[in-house]
Design a binder for this molecule. Structure first.
Ligand code: URP
Ligand code: ZN
Ligand code: ZN
Length: 460
């Protein structure tokens, strides 16, 4: 099967030009002006932008968490991602404390293999670092193509590891050529504040926010950067929300250290005033919580300063009924928010269309950097000869409204209900197959491939 995309405005992290793209099978085989080639299918992309497929390196699909499961499966979540222009996601496998990484991987494979619609990979979350776990790190990197290891400095008793485990893990991951990623908030301080608020009878979602002040994230981000510097391991901080944490990374650059930073679309466009509305605020109960307007400004600036390399989602949806588990106690509201389908369009509308970032920066943070940082480039994350033909054809002028009534995520509310966006995903190709056209998904469950990733250098 061959496809010719004609006359689109091709945007990569570095380029911006009008040309044709010729695809043979799963990969791009030629790019040029007025290519004199006949194909099985021709798509006219005149007047449209043509991006590489989006990569969301932070999603939680069918994840057991806080006494329930996130509501998007690998099937529904990756299908929704494709509708929004994201062709590859990286999901998190969670080691169970007292159990092996192998067992955890088998558990996740039992849900993901044969059901996933879009391409996917896994991070391995280390919740119990010991001699047995240590021996498995090499196997994950060498045999499974899993080269990033997630840690939690919060969620004590469930996911959190302490600093002695963190240092041991960093040394081993460095040795094996991987990367350590982190949920960087101070779990002990948060647990103290949660208990204090509850003992004072403060049970509304607002107190979720007030139990995780900026200092808890700034302190942990600095501590993580220091430990990564000491061990020399490539480090990546997930879902950064605030100025204080960004300043910790800015400080690390003074010793010429590179700590990669990811923020998520919600922290760029939503703020903590949403918690001021009784239980409705549970829709945005996530960790870390939404912050202040000044933090949004710092994050947009951080993207343009090159301190933040990635905009992800931390997609972790729960049905409203699941959120109601915390109706009388904010600490029981399952943490997470749906955005896997909305990231690319929100970032375009709020970022590019409103003049906060350039088109090239948009592709860099949503497609190219995630591929480079996590060992998938140049197969993924760009439009180039030899790359997978993961391509988004985007109308920059079409306006549309976000709503739970029309989205494809398996969740019965939207964090962005009624938002009017400029710019819409029209057509998506995944490895040369037409995956989405005019709001319809044209590929089946099981089409999604597991992407084995290479070792990482910690440089891009
Ligand atoms: O609230 C969140 N972020 N839920 C998912 C788990 C995590 O911390 O990333
Ligand atoms: Zn987290
Ligand atoms: Zn997460």
């Amino acid at each position: 099967m061959s496809v010719l995309i004609k006359n689109g405005r091709i945007i990569t992290a570095a380029d911006d030009y009008i040309a044709d793209i010729f695809i043979e099978g799963e990969t791009i085989s030629a790019i040029g002006k007025d290519l004199p080639i006949k194909a099985d299918m021709t798509i006219d992309a005149s007047g449209k932008l043509v991006f590489p497929g989006g990569i969301d390196p932070h999603v939680h699909l069918a994840m057991p968490f806080m006494g329930t499961f996130s509501s998007d499966t690998h099937e529904t979540g990756t299908r929704a991602a494709l509708h929004g222009g994201t062709t590859t996601v990286i999901d998190f496998v969670l080691q169970k404390q007292g159990h092996s990484l192998k067992e955890a991987l088998a558990d996740w494979n039992s849900r993901a293999k044969g059901t996933t619609v879009g391409d996917y990979s896994f991070h391995m979350a280390i919740t119990d670092f010991n001699e047995n776990t240590k021996a498995e790190i090499r196997e994950m990197v060498e045999n499974e193509g899993i080269t990033s290891f997630k840690t939690f400095m919060a969620y004590k008793g469930a996911l959190m590891i302490d600093d002695s485990q963190m240092i041991g893990l960093m040394q081993e991951v460095k040795k094996q050529g991987g990367m350590v990623t982190v949920h960087a908030t101070n779990g002990d301080v948060i647990d103290y504040l949660v208990a204090k608020h509850k003992s004072e009878g403060k049970t509304a979602p607002l107190y979720h926010y007030l139990s995780q002040p900026e200092v808890t994230e700034a302190e942990a981000s600095g501590r993580f950067a220091d430990m990564a510097d000491y061990t020399g391991v490539p480090g990546y901080i997930v879902h950064m929300t605030c100025e204080g944490a960004l300043n910790a990374v800015r400080n690390a650059t003074r010793r010429n250290q590179k700590v990669f930073v990811e923020t998520c679309i919600q922290y760029l466009v939503l703020d903590a005033s949403l918690y001021e509305q009784n239980f409705e605020g549970a829709k945005w109960v996530m960790s870390p919580p939404l912050r202040e307007k000044k933090d949004q400004e710092s994050l947009w600036a951080g993207i343009n300063q090159g301190l933040i390399q990635v905009v992800a989602t931390d997609h972790c949806p729960f049905m409203w009924e699941q959120k109601l588990m915390g109706k009388d106690d904010f600490s029981k509201i399952p943490n997470g928010h749906p955005a896997i389908e909305n990231r690319m369009e929100l970032l375009y509308s709020e970022g590019v269309d409103k003049g906060k970032i350039t088109l090239n920066k948009y592709v860099e943070v949503a497609c190219t950097n995630p591929a480079k940082i996590f060992g998938m480039f140049p197969r993924k994350g760009t439009i180039a000869i030899g790359s997978d033909a993961d391509i988004v054809i985007f109308d920059p002028n079409e306006t549309h409204t976000l709503s739970a009534k029309t989205h494809h995520m398996n969740v019965d509310y939207s964090g962005y209900e009624g938002w009017e966006l400029t710019g819409k995903v029209k057509t998506v190709l995944l490895r040369g197959q037409m995956a989405i056209d005019d709001n319809k998904c044209l590929i089946d469950r099981g089409y999604g491939q597991f992407i084995k990733r290479s070792k990482v250098s910690g440089k891009i």
